[in-house]
Ligand binder design. Sequence first.
Ligand code: BGC
Length: 768
Amino acid sequence: MKIRNTILYILFFALTLVACKSNERKSEANKEMDAFVSALMTKMTIGEKIGQLNLLAGYEDIVTGEARSSAIGSKIADGQVGAILNVRSPEKIRELQRIAVEETRLGIPLIFGLDVIHGYRTTFPIPLALAASFDTAMVRRAARIAAVEATADGICWSFSPMVDLSRDPRWGRIAESAGEDPVLGAYMAQAYVKGYQDNDLKRNNTMMACVKHFALYGASEAGRDYNTVDMSRVRMYNEYFLPYKAGIEAGAGSVMTAFNEVDGIPASGNRWLFTEVLRNEWGFDGFVVTDYTAINEMIEHGVGDLQQVSAMALKAGVDLDMVGEGFLTTLQKSLDEGLVSEDDINHACRRVLEAKYKLGLFDDPYLYINAERAEKEIFTPENNAFARQSAASTFVLLKNDNNLLPLPKKGRIALVGPLANNRLHMAGTWSVAVNHDESVTVLEGFKSLTDGQAEIRYAKGANITDDPALDLNTAVRGKPGIDTSRTPEQLRKEAVELARWSDVVVAVVGEAAEMTGESASRTDLGLPGSQRQLLEALLATGKPVVMVLFTGRPLAIEWESRHIPAILNVWFGGTQAGNAVADAVFGYANPSGKLPATFPRNVGQIPVYYNHKNTGRPLEQGKWFQKFRSNYLDVPNEPLYPFGFGLSYTTFAYGEPKASKTKLNGDEKLTVSINITNTGSRAGEEVVQLYLRDVVASITRPVKELKAFKKVMLQPGESQEVSFTITTEMLSFYNYKLDYAWEPGEFQVMLGGSSDQVKSLTVEWLKP
Ligand code: BGC
């Protein structure tokens, strides 16, 4: 015992020493940075300092907002620009950097930012899909690959991760998020930040992350983009803030503001958010950038003219003004009139310069442009192989009657649907660096995988939508999708004939890529009518129909789930989508994704999410309607598919959960475990989910909350004991006074493979 204690003591001492040394090194580096930036700032005029706070958009075809910047080159030369976004050509980046370094008085380099959201030229599945993998190591590696590729082309700052929690699938930007759960969102936020920054921003293949959009953008009313948000602080702190905070704790170098208001003040001018919460409470020491023209948009919000809102943003703690040039054009006047102080400008300028220092740009302004690396490291076969494998791990098998899937590689297969042979829609929204010609279609994936062993024939069958307005509003890079060479009836007829010829029909249907993403809210979450008619016609042939669903959001597919025997939800899978779909359909990959957001039965149920509160009049389990209970007359309360749900080609049996103790005291730890067995005939991965419920507390608590998860691979017949350690940190929450603590009492511990299929036990946890 004595020896053990001595060893533990020495170990503790050694670890403390290492931690102190690394803190010392950090503070040494900080001191050097401070000295460097201070020395530089003494040479700067106020005008040059304000210039550093200006972020302009490049003149490429990437447009992410209404306004465009102009005369960029001359503004850079005049010291009026601190950073640039949306330039994707290394030659142009080099030239703009040259102007900044060689033609300005002080030669301060520029930061180049881009929306590297889910991969660069090698594009990975959309973030909602990546969250469905419940695989943080995979997401971190995808982000790492994105950083390696983007930095070779000169990008050193990514506007990612987007960590806005969203419980409203009408909101198109749910596609960019990790869905509805705070803890899953927090894990994903950390995986992206670590992948991009890799704990060493100075390297030429790491880029700075930007946690966005602070705050609450995903809670816009009615799911309409940019709309009002109104939320209690208790909910902010206990739910919506978690992913942002996790991103900060992972070391994200920057944070972006949100377009919405928070507590009646537009986020981009909200001092409470950026100074009190972000910097003072969470200790964030990076810089804050606005969203695209968000300062100017505060005028429309009705809180002042350009000068007033610009001063308000600066005073709130915002450092860099994206595109709107409010800082550039008004801050000097505001300084003269006493609306802002020189200190306010100095603080912001310092934070921008510090970012440049952290990125190593003062040592080498061209660090991130590397033609040799670009040639060797962008869109490599290895990156694509990883994209293919990771895409398949995000797929969610929603239904599989009689094990219709996977299909054997034989016979006649009718591949139909508007997304079956459609390169433009594979990558999904926010794929600004993708070359669509390089995306693999489902038809190509099927042909190459079956390699002549099955006969694959294709018919389009329907347009994504027959509504010309919707088609135009969602056209990828301006290309309308409606087929004008044939009528909808002709398209359908061809598909039906093909179905009759076939042994099995694979219908590849869903949304256009741009039906989700920014400014892509929908009120109808069903499949567009053209595709529903196609499915009806295909089912009428009596042939077995597999539905492969492309979507950027949870859809209301109740009719489909009732009538179609097998549904595989594949989101938007990136450049390798077609190959990954083929892998899953023919059983080379076993779907292991779980839903990161609830699929509603219809739009009227929204918001519907698993971690809701109880009411005083809850519906009894299993009941549809009870008078004077909280329910609907026309649909059950349960959603169509809940959070955490997803089938596999194999089956898993869960044993009874076990706890190391049922009575605990103080800061003890609880170990809970459950035995899980692969009871099918294929190897497969299962996401084991741990949920907790605080049964009685000083404020109402959700009926269950995800606290941890583990993805395990099991061979047929194999069993594994999966265990989790529960700490009092996991029990803690912000109470009515916003104090963070846990309260003693009874806790329900739930374990299972979906939020609605759990086995539970109860423990009592008291204060000592
Ligand atoms: C979006 C941001 C994005 C920015 C720059 C805005 O419209 O809201 O998420 O990073 O444009 O492209």
